[in-house]
Structure formats: C-alpha cells, structure tokens
Design a protein around this ligand. Structure first.
Ligand SMILES: Cc1cc2nc3c(=O)[nH]c(=O)nc-3n(C[C@H](O)[C@H](O)[C@H](O)COP(=O)(O)OP(=O)(O)OC[C@H]3O[C@@H](n4cnc5c(N)ncnc54)[C@H](O)[C@@H]3O)c2cc1C
Ligand code: FES
Length: 339
C-alpha cells in the first residue's frame, strides 16, 4: 500500500492499494476528483505528479508527449509504485459538485442546424443540481450504455440544454431526434469532467471549438461575459460550412457588445464567397498568435481537432498547465468499472 498526497493548496493523504488506480483509491476515500471515461481517453482525470513513481497498464492515450514531459498523469490508469504527491488544481466548489444520478424530463427539442438538435431537459423541482459551466453529463441508457453530452447553458437550477449532433449512425442521437416520446424521462449522471473556466487566472483566453464543441464553450462564455467582461477572450469556432454556424448571430452580438471578446468563425469547406477565416481551426489561432505563451487555452470538440490543437499550442509556447480540453470521443458501449 502506498500513500498519495494531494497538492499544497488543500493537502489530503489517502492510501492506495497496489492493485487499484489512483482515481479508484481517491474516490473510495471520499475525495472529489475530476473524472470522465475512466479508461484513459478523455483526459478529465489529468493531474500533475509532483513526486513519486507510477506505472500504467498501457501508455496514457489522452496525454500528448508534451503533457507527459510536463509531469501530467492520468489517475484513472495510474498505479502507485511509491509514495506520491499529486497536484490537483481545482476550485473549492468541486467538493460540493460530486457526480450523482438523477431523473430528468425531456422538455423541448429544437433543430439548431441541419444535424444539431438542442434537447432541453427539466431538472427535478427543488433538486438543486449545480455544475460549473463547461462540465458535461452522461445520459444513462439501457444495459449500462451511456452517452456523454456537454451542458450548453450556464446553471439556472431548472433546465439543462444539450447540443446533440445527429449523425446517420448515431444511435442515441437518432432515437432522441426521431423516436423519443414527448416528455420522456431520462436518467443522467453528472456533473462530470474538468473542463471549466479557471476564474483564478487573469491571463487572456483562447477558446477553440469544433462543431458541437461550441456547447460547453457557450456555457463558459455566457458566465464569463457576465462576470469578467474585461478579460481578453478570443473564440475560434471551426465547422465545415456556413450552415453549421448555428450560434453565429448570438456570438456576433456578444462580440459587438463586449470589446474584449473577439469571435472568429473558421470554415474548412467554405463557399467561394466566404470572406472569413478558412482551413483548420487551430491553424487560424496560430496565424493570429504565433506565440501562445502567457495565455490560457480551452479546446473542445472532435478528438482529432483537440489532439492537433494541444500539440501545436504547446509547441507555440503555451504551458501545459494552462491548457484545458474536452475531447468528444465516441461512446464506449459499456462503461469501464472503477479499478
Ligand atoms: C466529455 C464528452 C462530451 C461530449 N459532448 C458532446 C456534445 O455536447 N455534443 C455532441 O454532439 N457530442 C458530444 N460528445 C460526443 C458523444 O458523446 C458521442 O459522439 C456519442 O457516441 C454520441 O452518441 P450516439 O449514440 O448518438 O452515437 P453513436 O452510436 O455512439 O455513434 C456516433 C457516431 O460516431 C460513429 N462512431 C462510433 N464509434 C466510432 C468509432 N470507434 N470510430 C469511428 N466512428 C465511430 C458512428 O458511426 C456515428 O456516426 C461528447 C463526448 C464526450 C466524451
Ligand atoms: S482519461 Fe481518466 S477519466 Fe477519462
């Protein structure tokens, strides 16, 4: 048995059995630790190893070489091989935002774009479900299946909005769009993930969204522009063509109303008359900011976009400590068990 000690801000020690992961041990001892997929894919359980030795059953898929070099590890895969100290940089509110399961009612469905459905879910009255803007929930389906969706609105105590991409083979999305009964009751688990605004920083922010990756960023921006409108913030939203910019009017209105907020839509397959940025969304960021030192960066959307952005931004001087992301990986058919 080894002991892991959390970082200096709220030191806590907990014992870790050789056979269990750091995440399983920490949760077993009642710590509020961030996690998502529990299988190395999403990076939500990323923490910095300050001292000690760990090993993995296989190389950590969510971490780039630069993140590993900066000392980051994935708690859901790591096994302790010596006493450890890990640094968890998370806001104190997370202690009161532990994931739990609850029923919700489907209140409204609305097509935001040709392939994006906004599903509004009604929270149980008086339940007090809270989350940090940017976090996500898992919808719990039959036979242990789950689907992860980011919460697109900031907390209002009554409803959650999800932006669901409806692809031809997407099983849950097609059911929700075409077959789900009106006022259906669904079960969800949340809030999940470590993708939320770090409000203790005053660095300028670069946000990068791909497709429905705009959902958590919309929730963050809504909160940020209300609370800290003077913090310099740039949003780059990458989609295929103009018809996919389903929040364009709202984002332009926010940019008009807030001089410190800049919005740049980036199209990968634009029409000939498109006058804005084109190409890969992370390359549009680098064209405007060849150096990203001194920034905070938030990325969400398709795994390939997140991976390319992470590597390129760290190569452009962004500190791995100031990089946050939600990679919209495809669902596993069953959820891995803790341990
Ligand atoms: C933290 C997190 C947050 C997310 N937030 C959102 C969100 O806000 N909005 C959103 O639209 N999505 C989001 N996703 C992605 C979403 O959870 C998945 O795409 C999920 O699989 C959709 O479920 P489905 O049943 O509709 O589609 P599925 O039946 O799971 O299939 C989805 C699509 O992926 C394809 N696919 C499935 N598996 C693979 C594979 N292994 N390789 C290649 N293609 C595959 C299918 O053919 C189909 O086109 C998020 C994912 C994560 C991890
Ligand atoms: S990578 Fe650890 S919870 Fe997803």
């Amino acid at each position: 048995m080894y002991f892991a000690r959390r970082g200096a801000d709220q030191p806590r020690s907990f014992p870790v059995e050789e056979s269990e992961t750091l995440l399983a041990a920490g949760l077993r001892h009642g710590l509020a630790l961030p996690f998502g997929c529990q299988s190395g894919g999403c990076g939500s359980c990323r923490v910095r190893l300050v001292s000690g030795t760990i090993d993995y059953p296989f190389p950590p898929p969510a971490l780039s070489a630069a993140e590993q070099a900066a000392g980051y590890i994935l708690m859901c895969l790591a096994h302790a091989r010596s006493p450890l100290t890990i640094a968890l940089h998370q806001p104190p509110q997370l202690d009161s935002l532990r994931p739990r399961q609850l029923p919700v009612r489907a209140l409204k469905k609305e097509w935001l774009a040709h392939d994006v459905l906004c599903l509004t879910l009604k929270l149980p009255k008086g339940d007090g479900f809270q989350y940090l803007p940017g976090q996500y929930v898992d919808l719990l389906l039959a036979e242990g299946r789950r689907r992860s969706f980011s919460i697109a609105n900031k907390a209002n105590g009554e409803t959650l909005e999800l932006h669901i991409r409806v692809t031809p083979n997407g099983r849950f999305a097609n059911w929700a769009a075409h077959e789900m009964p009106e006022r259906a009751i669904l079960r969800l688990e949340g809030p999940l993930g470590a993708f939320y605004l770090r409000e203790d920083s005053s660095r300028p922010i670069i946000m990068v969204a791909g497709g429905t990756g705009i959902a958590p960023i919309h929730a963050m921006l809504d909160a940020l522009l209300e609370k800290s409108p003077s913090r310099p913030t740039e949003l780059y939203w990458g989609v295929r063509s103009e018809r996919d910019l389903y929040l364009d009017a709202k984002l332009r209105a926010w940019a008009d109303a807030h001089p410190q907020f800049r919005y740049v839509p980036v199209l990968s397959e634009p029409d000939v008359d498109w006058r804005g940025a084109r190409g890969l969304v992370h390359e549009a960021v680098l064209a405007a900011h060849p150096s990203l030192a001194g920034h905070d960066a938030y990325l969400s959307g398709p795994p390939v976009m997140v991976r390319a952005g992470k590597d390129a931004f760290i190569a452009a001087g962004l500190s791995a400590d100031d990089l946050y992301y939600d990679s919209f990986d495809y669902a596993f058919e069953t959820w891995p068990q803790l341990g």
